[in-house]
Design a protein around this ligand. Sequence first.
Ligand SMILES: [Fe+2]
Ligand SMILES: [Fe+2]
Length: 257
Amino acid sequence: MRILIIGDVIGKPGVDYVRGRLKSLKKLYGADFCIVNGENAANGNGITREAADALIAAGVDVITLGNHAFDKPDAFEILSGDFPVIRPANYPAGTPGDGVILCDVGNHTVGVVNLLGRVNMECVDCPFRSADSVLAKLKGKANVVLVDFHADATSEKIAMGYYLDGRAAAVVGTHTHVQTADERVLGGGTAYITDIGMTGPVDSVLGVEKEIILERFLTQIHRRFELSENPVALSGVIITVDADTGKADAIERVNLS
Ligand SMILES: [Fe+2]
Ligand SMILES: [Fe+2]
């Protein structure tokens, strides 16, 4: 089974890019299943119904979120409905939506899990213990488990990779918007990368107009963030999984401009 995972899609330019390229990209990589992180799909912060609909219509199977999950009110409708959209599983009990989803892919069932880091992030429940309880619930239900760990600290992400090694087919990091070059299959058969990067304007600071960020660093005066309108590139990974064992055979970075 081949799984394409695409990094944080930034605003309408990112959504339009996925809409225009996903079909051919899935064909090119022989992808059976596609996950996209959509936490920035609504003008940089959060997700709207329009963006979720566009990504799903483009061929995305599951949308994961992150620390911006609830930045737009549409998230409450999306997460309470039948959309294949999940938010981090370690938000406090009672938060709308779910942190895990089961999907049929051919004869197999794939479980997708979204978790949020705690270093430099919100005060959410422990992502490691939440991973334990989510994986316990998936036991016997999902042949293949894929984890989007949305976190800031490289140490926390690497630690999660080792923590879940042999228990998930993949642990991929999102949130920093900068792709790392440390992809590998860990000893227990888990495909791992610290960050898969973003799908947004390259000539920008993490998707935002660079002049705005520069001014902020130089003056400490906060200006409203505006997305860059420069050309978009896509970042992600393609993971090859043995669906019978639930272990990864390979992980390869994907970069498309
Ligand atoms: Fe993001
Ligand atoms: Fe984030």
